[in-house]
Write a new protein. Structure first.
Lengths: 427, 251
């Protein structure tokens, strides 16, 4: 009989998805499907007809965990379309905002979603019965990131002050200094997190695939940089579509991605760290080295470790930027212009591409958005193809659990990935 | 006292409202002494077993599967909470209700036949809802009040007056009358603490229509402030365009 190993609803990830494996009677893996049944929300369809100055607000609602990345991608795409210059001050505050969201998302992922697997528990609350310090540390670091997002943006989910070309509010020096002190104090907790995820035993599973992330020469990239890959891509952001293609599959409401003419690829913290290791802060690099991390690392189970390493970096760089606050904010009056605008930011989960076409009144006539997680689905399946055959003598439940752990290491954001499927290839 | 058995369900939405619950970093450990997380797929691998005292539903109903699930949740829960703007009014994704389903699907998917989606609705379209918590997402004070009400066995005290009241309490100048900017505050539920007007932005309406909102009169005021007819339509067709209060102005 054909053996069907299933996970109906993958828990401890954001959104609704499952896994299906089919094994033939003679013990050969025949099919692997990461099913996504998250309902589509048709963002790109209803964004048509909306105004340029509300796109960041709409785009934020694609995802409650990485709204900041969608806001900044939307803002930068609009500015690109209209040829607007953005001041150094705004760019720095945007980077601060982006890093605050990376910290809280990564901490949520590694402590709340990933850690229970390594302690044989169902959730972090169970883990906390014996390791109370983990819940405490997790909540403290998460709060740090969220509080900075809130300080800049008014609230941590769907912050409101980032608008085209500027921020509507400035942070006072007193607030910036107080926040900076908290960041400096939190460094120890961040280093402990690297130690924890460097120590936990993960499957020794290495599958060399193409890693794709932004990369820049003058710093660690979150909002700016070229699109780069371990396979040698190095192009401006607007050329994304020349290198990445998508297809719809019947069992998933999210699309699959490939590098054109090649195979699936990975985006996210591991890809970012691999492609930008020398741009991490010194302490982040040292922490990584101290637990034996060597870039490039092609074990997807090391993604939580990459997240912990990035948190150390973000704490260092946030403290640096906070030192130079406040900035005076002035945006020049906006001259609405027609055009096509492209932008990629690094969401916590990786490359987040937005493209809008605006008419001469600044109204959207076409929208194309590719959040990180849909780029990873095909790669998750390719990883499962590599991982599962090695453990087929285990019982179904144990195999299913390992597969779930792999998916959790990717930290998929399923709502995000099913915001809609782009109209790109349809028209 | 027995802990309250709470379930947290994700429907069509962005997970931001669940994030806002996890945002109670300081209160969470103590809250967990009063409530039991019986089901919450984003947080625990526990399966849903038995009946619930409280079902917190984030997101709207937009697939046949969700329609079945919301009815099951209703049947197995004492109190159903529509948690956040998507569950209450449909929020920003409800903008697509103004297109036909075919338009939305065909415009977006290469193979619309594989898609199983229906018009997007707040959950009270299909089941009785005991508590409606507005906000995209609900402000942490709103979230705390909801849990306080739950633990004390009373309805939460949610505000049904306009954002303007909170602006006055904060001593903000009026963006609409003083600066002539198109603020939605006069017709929107309070609860956010007048967050946007206090940070230099007009209210966009993420808490949905206040009680007895006079939308048509406000549409007139927005036109006088210089908005075009299309702009006014966009203002109302944003967070709560599908509600009876805003529908006429949104269409």
């Amino acid at each position: 009989m054909t053996r069907n190993i299933k996970v109906d609803y993958i828990s401890r990830v954001e959104g609704q998805g499952g896994i299906d494996l089919w094994v033939s009677p003679d013990g050969e893996l025949r099919d692997v499907k990461v099913r996504v049944f998250e309902p589509p929300r048709f963002f790109e369809a209803f964004m048509v007809g909306r105004r340029y100055d509300e796109l960041m607000e709409l785009a934020a609602r694609i995802c409650g965990i990485c709204p900041v990345s969608h806001e900044i991608s939307a803002l930068r795409a609009v500015e690109d379309a209209m040829g607007l210059e953005v001041s150094e001050a705004t760019r720095r505050v945007r980077k601060l905002l982006a890093m605050s969201a990376i910290i809280s998302s990564h901490i949520l992922s590694v402590y709340f979603l990933t850690a229970p697997d390594y302690f044989g528990c169902r959730d972090l609350i169970e883990v906390a019965r014996e390791h109370g310090e983990l819940l405490k540390r997790g909540l403290k670091l998460k709060k740090l990131g969220n509080d900075l997002t809130q300080l800049i943006g008014g609230k941590s989910v769907h912050p409101v002050t980032a608008v085209v070309q500027r921020f509507t509010n400035t942070i006072s020096k007193v607030d910036a200094d107080a926040m900076r002190r908290r960041f400096i104090e939190a460094k120890g907790d961040a280093l402990e997190t690297v130690a924890l995820f460097g120590e936990v035993e993960v499957p020794k599973f290495v599958r060399e695939c193409e890693h794709v992330a932004l990369s820049r020469t003058d710093g660690y990239p979150f909002n700016e940089g070229d699109l780069a890959s371990t396979g040698g891509i190095h192009v401006p952001q607007r050329e994304y579509r020349r290198y990445i293609e998508e297809t719809q599959v019947p069992y998933s409401t999210a699309k699959h991605s490939n590098v054109k003419g090649c195979s699936s690829f990975l985006v996210g913290p591991l890809a970012r760290v691999n492609l930008n290791f020398d741009k991490l802060s010194r302490d982040a690099r040292d922490a990584a080295k101290s637990v034996g991390f060597r870039a490039p690392d092609f074990n997807p189970f090391h993604s939580p470790l990459a997240r912990a390493i990035e948190v150390v970096h973000c704490i260092d760089e946030c403290a640096e930027i906070l030192k130079t606050m406040p900035y005076s904010e002035e945006g020049a009056p906006i001259k609405v212009r027609r055009g096509d605008g492209f932008a990629i930011t690094e969401a916590p989960r990786g490359v987040n591409y937005h493209h809008y076409t605006l008419n001469r009144s600044g109204i959207v006539t076409r929208a194309d958005i590719v959040p990180p997680t849909c780029q990873n689905y095909r790669n998750m399946e390719m990883d499962l193809w590599g991982l599962v055959p090695k453990m087929l003598d285990l019982p179904d439940g144990a195999i299913a659990h390992r597969c779930e752990m792999l998916i959790r290491a990717y930290d998929p954001c399923i709502s995000c990935s099913v915001h809609a499927i782009n109209i790109h290839e349809v028209k | 006292m027995d802990k309250l058995r709470c379930g947290f369900f994700k429907f069509t939405g962005c997970a931001g409202c669940q994030m806002e619950i996890l945002r109670l970093e300081e209160e969470l450990p103590r809250l967990l002494e009063l409530i039991e997380i019986a089901y919450w797929p984003m947080v625990t691998t526990k399966e849903w077993e038995g009946d619930l005292d409280f079902a917190f539903v984030e997101g709207s109903v937009s697939t046949p599967r969700e329609l079945r699930e919301i009815k099951e949740i209703r049947e197995r829960s004492k109190v159903v909470v529509a948690f956040g703007e998507c569950a209450v009014t449909g929020c920003i994704p409800s903008i697509r209700n103004f297109m036909t389903q075919r338009e939305a699907e065909k415009g977006v998917y290469a193979h619309p036949v594989w898609i199983d989606s229906i018009g997007l609705r707040g959950i009270s379209e299909y089941v009785d809802v005991d508590v409606s918590v507005p906000g995209c997402p609900p402000h942490r004070n709103t979230v705390l009040e909801v849990f306080k009400g739950a633990v004390l066995g009373r309805a939460p005290n949610l505000r049904r007056h306009s954002v303007c009241m909170e602006c006055k309490l904060k001593d903000n100048g009026c963006l609409l009358t003083d600066e002539g900017r198109p603020c939605m505050g006069p017709v929107i539920n309070a609860g956010c603490g007048a967050l946007c007007p206090s940070l230099g932005r007009v209210c966009e309406g993420c808490y949905g229509p206040m009680s007895a909102a006079n939308a048509s009169s406000h549409a007139q005021i927005l036109m006088e402030a210089g908005l075009s007819e299309d702009d006014v339509k966009r203002k109302f067709r944003k967070y709560a365009g599908w509600t009876p209060e805003f529908r006429r102005e949104a269409e």
